[in-house]
Every structure is written in C-alpha cells, then in structure tokens.
Design a protein around this ligand. Structure first.
Ligand code: AMP
Length: 380
C-alpha cells in the first residue's frame, strides 16, 4: 500500500518522496489513519520500526487543518527520555514539514544545556519535543504553557520509566488538559507501564511490531573466548586485522566505555565514548563525527545507543555482554539493517560463557566461537 492511500496531504507526500520513503512501514500503515481519526494509540515498537514518522505525519497533518497556536501554548507535546532522541524526533518533524503551506514551529528542549536560549526559542512554538525534567523547569519559569495541548506523545515510555522519570511524568500529566489525544510508544510493556497506559489511554488502538528477527539472518555473529585482561589487546587486534572502517562498541558501564575509548586513543585508534555522564556538547559532537565517518569507533552504553539512528553500520562489537538477551539482540540489530549484511562480534570472558549460551538459546541462533586465547595479540 502506498503512502497516498493513508489519507495524507500532497505536501506531506512530497516530503516523504524526497526522503525516499516509498512504502509505509507496518506501524505507519496502521497508526497513521487511526491517529488522523483522533484515536489514542499504544504502539509497541522499537527504534528502527518507523515509529517516529507514524506519529509525526498525522500530527503535522492535523495542524494544517487546525491552525496556529496562541503564543507559548504548545498544541502537540512529545515527551522523550533522552536529549539525543529529542533532537532526532525534532529533525523528523522539520524534514517532513518542509512543504507545508501553514508553517509550523517545532522545537526540541532538553537538559544539560543553558535554559535561557530555550526560553526565548519557545516563542510561538506549536510542537514541542522535550525531556521531562527540562520541560517541568520551563513550565515553572512560565516559559511555556501546556494547557492547550491537544496531542500528547510519550516516546520510548519504557526507557523513561527505567531512567526514573515516573514522578516527572505524573506531574506533567496533571498539567495537561483532560481532553486530548494520547499516543504512547514503548519497546516493551512492563507492569508499571501498564498502569500508565490504563490511566492515560482511552480505548487505544494497540499496534504491535514484532522484534525484527528476520534481520538476524543478515548478521554474521562470532564470539571470541578470551580472558578478561586480554580483551583490550584482542579488540585492537580485531580492529586492525579486519580492516574495520567503522564500529559501534558496547560496554555495560560508563566507566568501562571511557576506559575502552581511552585505551584505543592511546593506541592510535580514533574513538569516542558516548554515555549519560558526557556533556551534551560532547555527545552531539561525538555522534556527528561518527555519522560523518570522521571517527572510526564509538564506544557506547546500552542506554545511549538505543536512540541513536545510524544507518548501515557494518560492525558491532560487544566488549561485554549485556544482562538481557533482548538487549543483545537490540545491540547486534544496529548492524545488518536495510538489507545490508553486518557483523557482530562478542568478546566472551570465561565468566560470561554460560550467559552467552543463555542468550543464544533465547535468540534461537548458534554463534560460532573462536578461541581468542590462541591468537597472538602481542604488540596490540
Ligand atoms: P524510527 O523507528 O522512527 O527511529 O525510524 C527508523 C528509520 O527508518 C529512520 O532512519 C527513518 O528515516 C527510516 N524510515 C521510517 N519510515 C520509513 C519508510 N516508510 N521507508 C523508509 N525508511 C523509513
């Protein structure tokens, strides 16, 4: 089914064509007509499913017919867990609204940067993308009013709860008008999240996009058995011997991400660490450099890597295994996208061996193991 059958205007269709979106993804096919009809949505979907455009397109379309906002009264509010996601979602609003005749002002606000420019930018904003803490700060400074919000989107709601934003979210809900449309997106459904769904959503359309298992076939997976202390030299050996151009490396902690990036730099390999303890400027810069291909290695924690949309990543390396098999699948899913094949390498210490077997069982795939201890990594 083409996008033109979903009831979208020519201006949006033109922007979609420019983005080379030829067919709607399943979540878009289901959610767009329902959102246009004013229904609430519960979307169970991950980054990569196309969930962003599934709410951006109908929101933009609704605004074309509903006119402009009063100053400092936003009409659509998108709440997201991280600054990176805020920027990404705002970019999608901007690109897809390129040809609209009624110009719409969108803005992303997030913490970790100065609040004053955001307060000025909020003048005349129609659609606001925000992280919870900064949004509350702006409200308490009278920089924005939420009393005219017609559509609320909670994006990656599970991650917001994981990050401990429950209190902020409850506070935010109390500031919104009762009559509004609610669109909630989450990769998973926990009990806590179900409570939020129940209090927030009215008779929602539930759209579930299954984890993309088909992609796993495109990913060549290898595990290197290696002692913990030799992981560093083996990593550098792999990066150099396999002529890897770009790679996303996962660690389980902020501290380890920094340590791995530092060691790589000391060994002449360009690497940036990206995690929650980095400044906003540092994170944006690292991501931009990486996206432009100016940096070879990005070392990331799970939380940070989730929202990052990087196309065509050929390699993913797990320096350490994540605790949950789901996270493992999510990590390696960063490669082998868009029908391009990719490679996922895991460095497995003896302590992690059993856990790796559990992951393989859950994933339903056997991973070829290589004896890393037999490789001569001297000098790396
Ligand atoms: P999301 O799940 O919203 O983060 O989107 C994942 C990626 O898919 C983004 O890079 C989008 O630009 C891309 N995308 C979304 N919808 C489509 C579509 N219908 N056709 C092609 N690419 C798309």
């Amino acid at each position: 089914m083409p996008f033109s059958k979903l009831g979208l205007t020519d201006a949006l269709l033109k922007a979609l064509a420019e983005q080379k979106y030829t067919q709607p993804y399943p979540i878009q096919q289901e959610a767009i007509p329902a959102i246009l009809a004013g229904k609430d949505i519960l979307g169970i979907a991950q980054t990569g499913s196309g969930k962003t455009a599934s709410f951006v397109l109908p929101i933009l379309q609704q605004f074309q017919t509903q006119g402009f906002s009063k100053n400092r009264h936003v009409k659509a509010l998108v709440v997201v867990p991280t600054r990176e996601l805020a920027v990404q979602v705002n970019e999608v609003f901007t690109t897809l609204s390129a040809h609209l005749t009624n110009k719409i002002k969108t803005l992303a606000v997030y913490g970790g940067v100065s609040i004053n420019p955001q307060m000025i930018d909020l003048q005349g904003v129609d659609i606001l993308v925000a992280t919870p803490g900064r949004l509350l700060e702006l409200v308490s400074n009278n920089a924005v009013s939420l009393s005219a919000v017609k559509v609320l989107v909670l994006d990656e709601a599970d991650k917001m709860l994981n990050l401990g934003f429950e209190e902020e979210m409850t506070k935010l809900f109390s500031l919104l008008p009762k009559k509004r449309q609610n669109l909630l997106f989450s990769a998973t459904l926990s009990d806590d999240l179900n409570n939020i769904n129940k209090s927030l959503l009215r008779n929602p359309l539930v759209v579930k996009v299954e984890e993309e298992t088909k992609n796993l076939d495109l990913i060549k997976q290898f595990g290197y058995l290696i002692s913990e202390e030799k992981k560093g030299p083996l990593l550098r050996y792999i990066l150099k011997s396999q002529k890897i151009k770009q790679v996303l490396i996962f660690t389980s902690s902020v501290h380890r991400a920094d340590a791995v990036a530092l060691k790589l730099n000391q060994n002449g390999i360009d690497a940036f660490a990206i995690h929650s303890k980095k400044s906003q400027e540092g994170r944006t810069e690292a991501l931009n450099f990486f996206k432009k291909g100016m940096v070879k290695v990005l070392v990331a924690t799970d939380l940070m890597a989730r929202g990052i949309d990087i196309k065509f990543l050929p390699y993913v390396i797990n320096y350490e295994l994540p605790r949950s098999p789901k996270d493992y699948i999510h990590r390696i899913g960063r490669t082998g996208r868009a029908e391009a094949s990719g490679e996922a390498i895991s460095l497995i210490s003896p302590e992690e061996e059993h856990h790796f077997k559990v992951i393989q069982k859950k994933m339903g795939k056997h991973v070829t193991m290589i004896d890393g201890n037999a490789i001569n990594v001297k000098g790396f």
